[in-house]
Design a protein. Structure first.
Ligand code: SAH
Length: 218
């Protein structure tokens, strides 16, 4: 059981054990999670719950993803040290940080200015220098930087993410929640290197929707 007087590092270590028991077994992914202080990414009101395996509210009505889902999606991406990754939906920047520890470069797009600048401040605090941010609508990807080795979408795409798949390298991997309802299907698209793509359904997930355009409010 979690003890209130445990240190953050002890609580994080226990979270990592839980994720491993649930199927996040890739050591590099677990190391990235264990070396990332999730409490830096959660609002004051929920800071005490930073080491629980649950999604939590952040500013702008969005959420920081559940650690198990972050682990599962990161593992599904099969990152290589040389990978250039596109992430859609920076949010708190937590998932971005995990990606940045496992890949060469991470390009991340967010449609709320407030979330983008708060995430940028966290990346500076953590000394992460391989993250390139952009305020904009990620639904169209990032044409100038395409193609990517890997793409991760952390908001639910209503339909198959065809515009993003077009920005994936022939042997690339894209992971995205797909669906219009409150529960979506987490899908992995793997290129065969010759123009073909296989699709797998990994599990059911609950993500906030991928919305069109940038947010007008801050
Ligand atoms: N990976 C994030 C989860 C953020 S929730 C984390 O670990 O904290 C999903 C994010 O996607 C939200 O911040 C939302 O504003 C953003 N989003 C939704 N539609 C988008 C779009 N079209 N372009 C860019 N970001 C988008």
């Amino acid at each position: 059981m979690a003890q209130d007087d445990d240190t953050p590092q002890e609580r994080l270590a226990r979270l990592v054990l839980l994720l491993r028991s649930q199927g996040v077994t890739e050591p590099a992914v677990l190391n990235a999670i264990e070396s990332t202080p999730r409490d830096l990414f959660t609002p004051d009101l929920f800071r005490e719950r930073s080491w629980e395996d649950s999604a939590l509210p952040i500013a702008c009505g969005q959420t920081i993803s559940q650690p198990f889902i972050v682990g599962l999606m990161t593992q599904a991406l099969n990152l290589k040290p040389r990978s250039r990754v596109l992430e859609i939906g920076t949010g708190s920047g937590y998932q971005t940080t995990i990606l940045s520890k496992l890949a060469r470069l991470v390009y991340t797009v967010e449609r709320y200015r407030t979330l983008m600048s708060e995430a940028e401040a966290r990346f500076r605090t953590l000394g992460l220098t391989n993250i390139i941010t952009r305020f904009g609508d990620g639904g169209e990807g990032w044409r100038e930087q395409a193609p990517f080795d890997r793409i991760m979408v952390t908001a639910a795409a209503p339909d198959e993410p065809t515009a993003l798949l077009a920005q994936l390298k022939p042997s690339g991997i894209l992971v995205a929640p797909v669906g219009r309802g409150p529960v979506q299907s987490l899908k992995r698209y793997t290129g065969d290197g010759a123009g073909g793509i296989t699709v797998e359904e990994l599990t059911e997930v609950r993500f906030v929707p991928l919305l069109d355009g940038v947010a007008k409010e801050l």
